[in-house]
Design a binder for this molecule. Structure first.
Ligand code: APR
Ligand code: ZN
Length: 240
């Protein structure tokens, strides 16, 4: 089995901004203002407006070669892939992926705070009088996991680690889910990220340590890495 673990860098070439490349701003908002329980309690209207804008913005975004590659990989290795993403966009689904685990939720859904029901609203804004289709409550929110609350899907990370032999980590800074401990569970792993310095942890480890924990470090944009990712995956799978 193959564990695919992706972050905002996977969608960067589709024109969706990453989080920590823009001094902690997400589309010019302080990440903690729109992605934390404190921010949500402080100003629900602002946070709802923010996710309405992100949802609208997602409508015309298209999958890039890396998303398409992952769609093809899922077809090539049916039922052999754990496709875990920290991304809340739907570009992997637009690229044909059918079994995406969104560890931090999904932008195109809303969630009821009363009964936890989740429903798909596509790219439309949450309207002022939105009510839950299941229980009628008016206490509705975005379906994106915020700092300060549980992320139940994380369970899938441990499941993937115990079932997979190959890890492919694409486009994540590891600032929220540290991928180094995850990579140490694998004897075969590939990291794709243009910036090596992302992983120099503040424990003073040298940046070469990343090479110790990943079989291959493709220091390039995800879209460009596709041919080499395919080659390395085939090679590593033949050794497993
Ligand atoms: N291809 C591959 N990687 C890229 C590309 C690209 N074209 N462009 C940027 N990157 C890398 C950056 O170097 C960085 O290491 O993608 C990473 C993006 O890191 P972050 O912005 O921290 O995003 P991510 O790791 O996904 O953040 C995790 O933090 O704010 C929360 O919930 C949010 O899911 C998010 C989580
Ligand atoms: Zn409800």
């Amino acid at each position: 089995m193959i564990m695919i673990f992706t972050g905002a860098g996977l969608s960067a070439e589709s024109g969706i901004k990453t989080f920590r490349d823009n001094d902690g701003l997400w589309e010019n908002y302080d990440v903690m203002q729109v992605c934390s329980t404190e921010g949500w309690e402080a100003d629900r209207a602002l946070v709802t407006e923010f996710y309405n804008a992100r949802r609208k913005d997602l409508k015309d975004k298209i999958p890039n070669p890396a998303h398409i590659f992952l769609g093809e990989l899922e077809k090539k290795y049916p039922n052999k892939i754990y496709n875990l993403t920290q991304n809340v966009d739907n570009l992997l689904e637009k690229a044909g992926c059918r079994k995406v685990v969104h560890l931090h939720g999904t932008l195109t859904d809303l969630r009821c705070e009363a009964c936890e029901h989740i429903w798909d609203v596509g790219y439309r804004p949450q309207d002022e009088y939105e009510i839950c289709p299941q229980c009628g409550s008016a206490s509705i929110r975005h379906n994106v996991v915020m700092f300060g609350e549980a992320a139940p899907a994380y369970q899938k990370i441990y499941e993937a680690i115990s079932n997979c032999k190959l890890l492919i980590a694409i486009g994540t800074s590891g600032q929220v889910i540290d991928i180094v401990p995850i990579s140490r569970e694998f004897s075969h792993s590939i990291l794709v990220n243009p910036k090596r310095e992302e992983y120099v942890s503040d424990f003073g480890l040298s940046d070469t340590y990343i090479d110790e924990y990943f079989t291959y470090f493709l220091q390039m944009n995800a879209g460009k890495a596709v041919p080499e990712m395919l080659e390395k995956i085939e090679e590593l799978l033949s050794n497993i």
